[in-house]
Design a protein around this ligand. Structure first.
Ligand code: 1HN
Length: 351
């Protein structure tokens, strides 16, 4: 008998006598073999995450409408969640570990201070004048900026400008919730402290070295300005040695580790007309166009991502990105589950 044959013929639940099944149930027992293939499929995992595209042009009017329908006091965070239908919309998941939401803050509004166990980042999509206060550091929000609110850090949002501000929230909420470790604490308004982490790490390869003491903060940099990330990508692209993928990872600048513990964040530049095939790796990914227009092919699905559009791809799928612009670069923000997969030892690159 071949291995293959042996594994093809596991007993079904219906093969068992009803009185035996009933007795198992009464005793909180379940036979493994009828479900073994479902939890441990051959070769490649079962994935609920479906390749899904969220158009910014389609969601923005609905988000602005939420601004009319629901005052900030009734929402705390006024967000439309980008939910993956493969997981069931009510689960509010983009993938197994990632949550995505588009958040609207109107001029003069305050989203009150709190802290929570899930890690979050904000990718600013549109509008000027808003800020996020993270553990006392006031982070201005400009388009394309990445702002961290890691686990346990106090944060609140405010808006001194005149137009609506919209940003993309990326959280590891589904993972932390699954672990039964998700909760929040409300707090008093923070006082603004002096200091901007980004000022200490203004140039690559140069780390501040205080003579008398080291700060040893877990999150020394909370705001990653798009101005700097974009400039870094353009510099890289101008270097002959950087032939293929032009990508940077958002890191903790003291250690070089991923900026947060569970999800990874990257900025990718596609040269005019460039097509880039990303290898099939175990973590799911999210793509959000900061500038330009990008076609994303994920398995059998193909999306044209306009500026500010977002899509997700399940793990174990190769993704091909094409810059639809032949005369200009396009820039993509990527979030993925790599740090989680690496830490758990399940990370795979299948090429
Ligand atoms: C949260 O705290 C924010 O602080 C946004 O802006 C979205 C989604 C789920 C749980 C907490 C925020 C969130 C969130």
């Amino acid at each position: 008998m071949q291995h293959q044959d042996r594994f093809d013929t596991l007993g079904r639940l219906e093969d068992l006598p009803q009185d035996y099944r009933d007795e198992l149930t009464r005793k909180n027992l379940v036979p493994l073999w009828p479900s073994l293939r479902a939890v441990l499929p051959p070769g490649v995992p079962a994935r609920k995450t479906q390749a899904t595209h969220w158009s910014y042009a389609a969601l923005k009017p609905l988000l602005l409408k939420a601004g009319e329908l629901t005052p900030i006091e009734k929402a705390e965070r006024r967000v439309l969640v980008l939910a993956n239908p493969g997981h069931g919309l009510e689960k509010m998941q983009a993938s197994a570990a990632m949550y995505l939401g588009m958040q609207l803050l109107l001029p003069g509004e305050l989203a009150p201070p709190h802290r929570h166990t899930p890690n979050a980042v904000r990718m600013v999509v549109e509008g000027e004048g808003a800020w996020t206060l993270v553990n006392g550091e006031k982070c201005p929000m400009h388009r394309g900026d990445l702002i961290l609110t890691p686990t346990g850090l106090w944060h609140e949002h405010g808006h001194d400008g005149t137009q609506p501000v919209i940003w993309l929230d990326v959280l590891d909420l589904p993972m932390v919730y699954y672990m039964e470790a998700s909760y929040h604490v409300e707090g008093p308004s923070q006082t603004v402290q002096a200091g901007e982490g980004v000022k200490s790490y203004a140039r690559g390869g140069l780390r501040p070295s205080p003579v008398f003491e080291r700060s040893n903060q877990a999150y020394p940099m909370l705001r990653y300005p798009w101005f700097d990330a974009r400039a870094a990508l353009l510099e890289m692209a101008s270097d002959a040695a950087c032939a293929e993928a032009v990508q940077v990872t958002y890191v903790q600048p003291e250690t070089g580790a991923d900026a947060e513990n569970i999800l990874g964040f990257y900025a990718l530049m596609l040269r005019p007309g460039q097509t880039l095939r990303l290898p099939a790796r175990s973590p799911a990914q999210v793509f959000h166009v900061i500038e330009g227009r990008v076609q994303a092919n994920v398995g059998d699905s193909s999306f044209v991502l306009e500026e500010a559009d977002t899509c997700c791809a399940p793990g174990y799928e190769a993704v091909t990105l094409t810059n639809c612009q032949s005369d200009q670069a396009s820039f993509v923000f990527i979030a993925d589950e790599s740090p989680l997969h690496r830490k758990l030892g399940v990370f795979e690159n299948r090429g």
